[in-house]
Design a protein around this ligand. Structure first.
Ligand code: SAM
Length: 278
């Protein structure tokens, strides 16, 4: 069977570190397409060189995707077949490609996945934290205030949570996790998966934060943070009640804010505000 069909866009997963993780089918498709759309053409060229492949490369990134998508659609309509790759892992997962895929599908053309590595799934597969239901949160906001707000919204989520983080922010992000979810929450920090310094660190959030703070090497590389969901309904209500109370108390009397927050969240009013009036 031929590796590719005319007029098809192949969304091809590439390794997240170890080149051996490129699938045989991904290699066949990359070798057969008319051109490869790549987030960073230099990076992808290196991968192709290592595989002994040479194909035309087109840059497709967040800044030009909307502008060039229609041109790629025209090429597909003319019968070419194209591949889309990102720097690592599965395109569209915290990576460009969404607009292109959408336009190609809207034009009635085929988009076919060539599945493979994805850091979030790789981390989840070794975390030992319930994985039957999980939500992928990708990168948290870069600014501290935005990050803390997002984490406060997620604190009562009962599904396992999966985040991406870079070395620049790992220490402050972990401190924010402890503040928002409590230091006792179970988590796994998966670092440099499939690479030389692969580390999978399982502990409470405060235990992980302490280990990362104490060892500079644990702050290097790329990270996935897997956090156990909020297990206890009572704790979830309390977290939500505290979040609402903090917001409402900016505008209302504390006792009124506490009553409203308690009514909405189901948390006991006294646990939100101990200032009298029962
Ligand atoms: N599309 C990719 C995927 O399928 O996983 C993710 C791309 S996103 C721009 C890059 C982030 O993924 C990194 O900052 C890190 O959080 C995570 N990541 C990528 N490779 C990783 C690895 N080998 N180990 C741990 N995390 C990794």
């Amino acid at each position: 069977m031929a590796a590719t069909k005319a007029g098809t866009l192949y969304v091809v997963a590439t390794p997240i570190g170890n080149l051996g993780d490129l699938t045989a089918r991904a290699r066949d498709v990359l070798a057969a397409v008319d051109a490869i759309c790549a987030e960073d053409t230099r990076h992808t060229r290196q991968m192709l060189n290592a595989l002994g492949l040479e194909r035309p490369l087109l840059a497709l990134h967040d800044h030009n995707e909307a502008e060039i998508a229609w041109k790629l659609v025209e090429r597909l309509k003319a019968g070419e077949c194209l591949a889309l790759v990102s720097d690592a892992g599965t395109p569209l997962v915290s990576d460009p490609g969404y607009r292109l895929v959408r336009e190609v599908r809207a034009a009635g053309l085929a988009v076919s996945p060539i599945p493979g590595a994805c850091a979030a799934i790789a981390a989840l597969s070794v975390a030992g934290i319930p994985s039957d239901r999980f939500c992928f949160e990708g990168f948290l906001p870069a600014k501290g205030s935005g990050r803390r707000e997002r984490l406060a919204e997620l604190a009562k989520e009962t599904r396992t949570l999966v985040f991406y983080e870079s070395s620049h922010r790992i220490e402050e992000a972990l401190a924010d996790f402890v503040a928002a979810f409590g230091g006792e929450r179970e988590a796994v920090l998966a670092r440099e998966l499939t690479k030389l310094f692969e580390t999978v660190l399982g502990d409470t959030l405060s235990g992980i934060a302490a280990k990362v703070a104490a060892d500079e090497n644990q702050r290097k590389g790329e990270f996935v943070i897997v956090v156990r969901g909020c297990e206890d309904d009572t704790a979830a209500r309390l977290i939500e009640g505290q979040r609402l109370y903090a917001k409402l108390a900016e505008h209302l009397k504390p006792s009124v804010a506490a009553k409203l927050a308690a009514d909405i969240s189901g948390a006991p009013r006294k646990a939100l505000y101990g200032g009298g009036e029962g």
